[in-house]
Design a protein around this ligand. Structure first.
Ligand SMILES: *Cc1c(COP(=O)(O)O)cnc(C)c1O
Length: 354
C-alpha cells in the first residue's frame, strides 16, 4: 500500500471477476455470457451511433427508457439504467444502506454484494442457505433491514417463487428489498409486476445474459418512482453519462428484437436439460437450475481438480474456492456443440482418474 492510499480502504477486498483469458481460445463457460451474438438490430444501431461519439450520451436515456417501459408494461419513471446492473446494485447500497440500515443477504450468493457493502461501509449479515442450497425465507421476515436476494440465486441456480418474496416485502415495509433478476429470463418468476404494489421493492435486471450484451455494460432497476428518483440522485452525483451512446443504441435494438432473445432463451433451456442429463449420467449431482448455468459436483473428482483439468483441455468453467461449495463447478450453458465438448472432456478426465 502506498502512503497515499486512504486508510478507509485498508480492508477492502475487491471483487474477483471470472477469467477473461486472452492467451488462447477456450470453450468459455465461466462467466454466464450468452453464446449467441447480439441481435443484428442491436449491432446495426450501435454501428450507426459510432459516428456520433464526439457528443455526450443522453443522460436521461429517453428513447431506451420509452421502449423498455413499453415492453415491460411499466411507467418511464419506474426505470433507471446503469453501466451494467452491478452499477445499479452499488447505487442501491449507496442509497438505501448505512450503519443504521445494515444489509442482509445469503452466505452463498453473488460475490459482489459483500464488496459493495464494504465499499460503502455498510455492515452486513450473511444468512446461511439450507443444506440443499435453497433459501430459507424465515430469517428474512420482520427484520426491517435492507435485503438483497438474487432470484434465481447464483451460483446455485435455484429460485424462490414470487409468493415467498412477497412475504419478505410485506414483513419489511420500512426497508428496501432488492431482487436481483440477472437470470430470471431462463426460468424464474419475475417480481416486476409487484412494483406497483410494494413501494419498498427494487428489481434489478441486466442485458448481459439473455440479451447477449455483457460487453456493452447495460443493466436496469425497476421500482417505485421515489426509489428510482433517489437512485437517479446517486447517479447524477457519480456519472450522469453512465450509459454510453453505443450501448444505449444496442439496448434499444435488443429490446426491439425481443423475439430473438426469446428464441435464444429456449435454445439455452434445451441445452441446459441436455447437459443436466449428460452430467447426471456421469454420476454428477446437478442442482436443478432456473438460470443459464448448472452447479454440479461429483464424488469421483474434487471441484478444483475438475476445473484445472478442464482448463488444460481448453474448457473454462467457474470454481469458487469457498467452504460450502468447493466441491462444485458452475458451468455456463452454451451452444449444444460447446456442451458436447464439455461432456466429452469430462468423460476423458474421469477415465484418467486413478
Ligand atoms: C451477472 C450478474 C450480475 C451483473 O451483471 P452486469 O449487468 O453484467 O453488471 C448481477 N447479478 C448477478 C447475480 C449476476 O450473476
Amino acid at each position: 500500500m502506498s502512503r497515499f492510499f486512504s486508510e478507509k480502504w485498508k480492508d477492502l477486498e475487491p471483487y474477483v471477476p471470472g477469467e477473461q483469458p486472452t492467451d488462447q481460445q477456450y470453450v468459455k463457460l465461466n462467466t454466464n455470457e450468452s453464446p449467441f451474438p447480439p441481435s443484428e438490430k442491436a449491432v446495426e444501431r450501435a454501428r450507426e451511433e459510432a459516428g456520433k461519439l464526439m457528443l455526450y450520451s443522453d443522460p436521461s436515456c429517453t428513447e431506451l427508457t420509452k421502449c423498455f417501459a413499453a415492453l415491460y408494461g411499466i411507467r418511464e419513471d419506474q426505470v433507471i439504467f446503469g453501466n451494467g446492473s452491478d452499477e445499479i446494485l452499488n447505487f442501491a447500497f449507496m442509497a438505501f444502506c448505512d450503519e443504521d440500515h445494515p444489509a442482509l443477504f445469503p452466505d452463498i450468493t453473488y460475490g459482489f454484494y459483500p464488496v459493495f457493502a464494504a465499499l460503502n461501509h455498510v455492515p452486513y449479515t450473511e444468512i446461511p442457505l439450507r443444506e440443499d442450497f435453497s433459501i430459507d425465507t424465515a430469517p428474512y421476515l420482520n427484520r426491517n433491514r435492507p435485503i438483497f436476494i438474487a432470484n434465481p440465486n447464483a451460483p446455485t441456480g435455484l429460485s424462490l417463487p414470487v409468493s415467498a418474496i412477497e412475504e419478505i416485502l410485506k414483513t419489511n415495509p420500512d426497508s428496501v428489498v432488492v431482487i436481483d433478476e440477472a437470470y430470471v429470463d431462463f426460468g424464474g418468476e419475475s417480481c416486476v409486476p409487484l412494483i406497483e404494489k410494494y413501494d419498498n421493492l427494487l428489481v434489478v435486471q441486466t442485458f448481459s445474459k439473455s440479451r447477449s450484451l455483457a460487453g456493452a455494460r447495460l443493466g436496469m432497476g425497476t421500482g417505485n418512482e421515489a426509489l428510482i428518483r433517489e437512485l437517479h440522485t446517486i447517479r447524477y452525483s457519480t456519472n450522469p453519462y453512465n450509459v454510453n451512446r453505443m450501448t444505449m443504441a444496442a439496448g434499444i435494438g435488443a429490446v426491439e428484437d425481443e423475439a430473438y432473445t426469446r428464441r435464444n432463451i429456449e435454445i439455452i433451456k434445451q441445452n441446459r436439460a441436455w447437459t443436466c442429463e449428460a452430467l447426471t449420467a456421469l454420476g454428477f449431482s446437478v442442482i436443478p437450475s432456473d438460470a443459464n448455468f448448472l452447479f454440479a459436483s461429483s464424488d469421483r473428482i474434487d471441484g478444483g481438480t475438475l476445473y484445472r483439468k478442464l482448463k488444460e483441455k481448453g474448457v473454462l468453467v467457474r470454481h469458487f474456492d469457498k467452504e460450502r461449495i468447493k466441491g462444485y463447478n458452475r458451468i455456463t450453458i452454451g451452444t449444444r456443440e460447446q456442451m458436447e465438448i464439455l461432456v466429452d472432456k469430462i468423460k476423458e478426465i474421469l477415465e484418467e482418474q486413478p
